[in-house]
Structures are given as structure tokens and as C-alpha cells.
Design a protein around this ligand. Structure first.
Ligand SMILES: *Cc1c(COP(=O)(O)O)cnc(C)c1O
Length: 232
């Protein structure tokens, strides 16, 4: 893992905070409505510590194994930190995910809902969950299709009794993101879900203007990742 210089990280974080505040002002929203999740995958624990020292509390990780390596110590040192799983989750890692994470953003299929539901019951833990919606209907991308979202949301509530709080999307790289943000907001509104996890380094300000309650920002804070995160 490579660590960015602390001063560069602190500057990146301050810049992102300033842009979120500006986007909230443009949209007539309160800054308190938007949570910044620092996506710190591939960056070492000391980088996370430096971000915590700058006041950052919510962090996003993609891999269960990396989280197990990094976070038990960090959580002990900083119990107020909030840990979000933003990457795809295999059903056979549901037990560890429920144990490790406060929020899971990548709920996207009935088999995973079932596995998470069982683990929530076994562990008496109820992490908040976002359903990932594949707003661009891209074949290679995770997420339920927009036309399947209402039924899956209903099942997650009634059948699996999960602590469902919102929806998440990753818009197609080659399309303007706004239409995808608006589609996600529309699906959430008609299902009575208040939280929208959308917006990354390239488009988080736009996401805030379109109603994001959670933005997941990595490289704009920490710099470029030094290796392509393989799916572990
Ligand atoms: C890595 C990641 C991010 C952050 O990406 P950046 O472009 O570095 O801001 C956001 N969301 C998900 C799901 C990610 O995997």
C-alpha cells in the first residue's frame, strides 16, 4: 500500500468538503443532509488515521479481507468512526460483513439479502443497508435492474426484514450522471426511502445537487490508487 503525503490528503479533504458545502448552497440544501464517505481502499491504516485527525469519521472499504486487516485496530482506537462497505459482496462473506460494517451499500440480489438477513439475526446486529441499482442496465455491472427495484425493495423489507435505508448507484462511465442520479431518486421516493448513495470523485458535487445523502469519494481525497483493486 502506498501512503499519500498527509498534507496532500488534508488539502484534498478540505477541498472536497468545500465543494460539498458549495453544492449544498447551490441546491438550497443543508450541509447536514450530506455525509462524506472517504473511500480509502488500498490506502494504509496510517492514512486513515491522518484523515481521522482531520475530522473525517465515515470511511468506505471495498474488500472484506482488506477491512479485516485494517479496521479492528482502527475501530478500537476510534470507536466513533463509521465503516461502510461500498464494494460488491459475496454471499459467503455475509457473516464477516455484518460483523465488520455499520452500513452496507451493495445489497443487490435475493441470495445476498437472505444471507445478510440470517447473519443479522445470528449476530443481533442490524447494519443499515442500501440497495445497489444498476441504473444504466449495464450487463457487467452489479445492482438490481431499475424495473426490478420495487419488488426487491419490498422483499428486503417484508421477507428479509433488513434495515433498509436507501439506494445506491454507480452511473455508466460514458454517460452524463445526472439522469442516473434522478432515476435513483425517483425509485427511492416512490418506495419511501430517504437516503441516496451516489457521487464519486468525478461527480459528487452534481450528485449533491441531485439529492445525494451519501457521497463516496476516494481519489479526490487520497490521490490515485497505486494498484487496480482486484476483486478479493
Ligand atoms: C472506489 C469507489 C469509490 C470512490 O471512487 P473515486 O473515483 O476514487 O472517488 C466510490 N464508490 C465505489 C463503489 C468505489 O468502489
Amino acid at each position: 500500500m502506498n501512503a499519500p503525503a498527509t498534507s496532500a490528503m488534508a488539502e484534498g479533504l478540505a477541498q472536497v468538503q468545500a465543494e460539498i458545502a458549495a453544492a449544498c448552497a447551490r441546491a438550497g440544501r443543508s450541509r447536514a443532509e450530506v455525509r462524506l464517505i472517504a473511500a480509502c481502499k488500498t490506502f494504509p491504516a496510517d492514512t486513515v488515521r491522518a484523515a481521522i485527525a482531520c475530522g473525517q469519521t465515515a470511511f468506505g472499504e471495498n474488500y472484506v479481507q482488506e477491512t479485516k486487516d485494517k479496521w479492528p485496530v482502527l475501530k478500537e482506537e476510534h470507536p466513533h468512526t463509521e465503516l461502510h462497505l461500498i464494494g460488491p459482496l459475496q454471499s459467503n462473506k455475509a457473516r464477516e460483513a455484518v460483523a465488520l460494517f455499520d452500513v452496507i451499500h451493495s445489497l443487490d440480489r435475493p441470495s445476498l439479502a437472505k444471507a445478510l438477513s440470517r447473519q443479522c439475526e445470528n449476530q443481533a446486529r442490524r447494519p443499515a443497508m442500501f440497495i445497489q441499482v444498476n441504473t444504466g442496465s449495464e450487463p457487467q455491472k452489479a445492482g438490481v435492474l431499475p424495473e426490478e427495484a420495487d419488488a426487491f425493495i419490498a422483499a428486503c423489507r417484508a421477507l428479509y426484514q433488513l434495515n433498509l435505508t436507501g439506494l445506491m448507484c454507480i452511473p455508466p462511465a460514458d454517460e452524463p450522471a445526472e439522469a442516473h442520479f434522478d432515476l435513483l431518486a425517483k425509485i427511492a421516493a416512490r418506495n419511501g426511502l430517504d437516503e441516496l448513495s451516489m457521487g464519486m470523485s468525478s461527480d459528487y458535487a452534481k450528485a449533491v445537487e441531485h439529492g445525494a445523502t451519501h457521497v463516496r469519494v476516494g481519489s479526490a481525497i487520497f490521490g490515485n490508487r497505486s494498484y487496480p483493486p482486484a476483486d478479493r
